[in-house]
Design a protein around this ligand. Sequence first.
Ligand code: ZN
Length: 356
Amino acid sequence: MYNLIKELSETFGPSGYEDEIRKVILKNIKEYAEKVKVDVLGNIIAKVGAGKKKIMIEAHMDEIALMVKHIDEKGFIYVVSLGGWDPRILLGQRVVLRNYKGEKIIGVVGSKPVHLMEKDESKEIKLKDLFIDIGAKDKKEVEKWDIKPGDVVVIDATLKRLGKTDDLITGKALDNRIGCAVVIEVMKSLPEDLKNEYTFYFVFTVQEEVGLKGARTSGFELDVDFAISVDTAPAGDTPGIEEKVSELKVGKGVVIEIVQAEGYGLITPRSLVDKAVSIMEKVKIPYQVEVGVGGVSNAAILYITKKGIPTLGIGIATRNLHTPIEVASLKDIEYAVKSIIELLKNKIIDDHERDN
Ligand code: ZN
């Protein structure tokens, strides 16, 4: 599992530019899928099984990134964000820019050193003021290196284990490459009898971080009876976050989402939450429930697609979301895999499938 997540996490895959991560996922699912296609937007749709009822199991594969907007005469590069960055996080990072030839160029998000700051100089950081330095001597040299507006940029980060634990991992794009790893592992370990009972669509969606877009089109096309959406969920177990804001803890079990964004996102039918919880109790998989105050995921779109798709949001509690040092637990990731298999085996969709 660690090696799969390491490969997924370190792969380049900004929203709308998922070609490299798509290739890596296709390679990893090739021997488990009966039929695979890539749709217009770039979602991977892998079909398994031949049952009457259709189930979609989904995770988004894109990562938050930046896009080159402007290059000044001195050769410094200004960017816009693709997805929800906190600009304070970007300052001082090493980044990778990809030009149209597919070449990777290292840059740094520059910052005025403390030595040169005025005493009362504002420390407020705005994305529009941040610049990337790629070491070029002027704009002409940037152009010679084939960097242009529209090129995409990600943080240069590798996956590591945290501290001396063999459970916690840290790196970029755990949101949502750990979700992708869960979906891949579910595909690998899917029991044969479930394949006769259901037709599964394992979907790796694009452009979630910029408006839940890949789920919208793939959910519409597949028109399934039931959907499971796997994504990270903001953990509240670090200093500065009150339990009343988030009770989620890393390493304490798979997350079952009740609502997202105080109901402006997903609202799971209470009977579906209760059934999922009773299955978790029965099979003794540690779980946590989430009444989310902020942030939505693809589940929020899937459940209102077409005439509505009963959707269960499965989460993995993650610290420092949307930073290059996201932290998650391998144990939780395993629980997520097992929970999905058990939910299916225990007929989570019965009484909840859409009445066709
Ligand atoms: Zn996500």
